[in-house]
Design a protein around this ligand. Sequence first.
Ligand code: MF3
Ligand code: CO
Length: 254
Amino acid sequence: MVELKTPGEIERMRIAGAFVAEILAELREKAAVGVNLLELEMIVREKIRRRGAQSCYWGYAPSFGRGPFRNTVCLSVNDAVLHGLPFDYALCDGDVLTMDLALSIDGWVADAATTVIVGTPDPEDQRLVRATEEALASAIEAAQPGNRVGDISAAISAVARSHGYPVNTEFGGHGLGRTMHEDPHIANHGKPGRGFPLRPGLTIAVEPWFAKTTDRIVTDPDGWTIRSADGSRTAHSEHTIAITPDGPRILTVV
Ligand code: MF3
Ligand code: CO
């Protein structure tokens, strides 16, 4: 079921979105050579606690993971791309780190992800990260009222194709609001003009992620961390947006 949100409800998601964006911006600054992933997890945990917000991850036990999740942020390094379980690891020069965060404030959820390169970036990694950012921008541009979910999906895969990256369609974006994962599913590849109609009040997380040379994934023995099957590097960019009568509105910005 898809629940359309009122303008007032979207404003409440916007409050959660600003906090998600604030935390991700702080993590981008903190992520440096030698910093341990567990330090980043503790920063997020403490900020959520002080704000009186709720983590959407803590205790989450979806079918795609070995629940319950016992962290507040997903940290995925290099070939890891989704649902990375924070572990005792000090970041190295050139690491590609994706940070994915969802939380709620007063019952309203926001979800966003960003990828940062630690220390000296490899130009090919930079190209990959920028491709996911470009795909996210293009997907948001396609999220106009009157369009359909397939327009968003097609926009994402078109950018991937233009850069020569394959696209996995198992994990993608999703509706959200009262909970983190709601309908509709938003695959990262699809047909323009097809799928669920984008109506004002629809709130969705759009999340292009690419691996350099494969569309296949494997799950770690930890039961959560998803990696590219061939070990190639990955990147992921995500925003929560609302469809409004005036067009798409990004909710996960400061
Ligand atoms: N935020 C992720 C998403 O975009 C979900 C992570 S679920 C977790 O859909 F349990 F792994 F944290
Ligand atoms: Co998401």
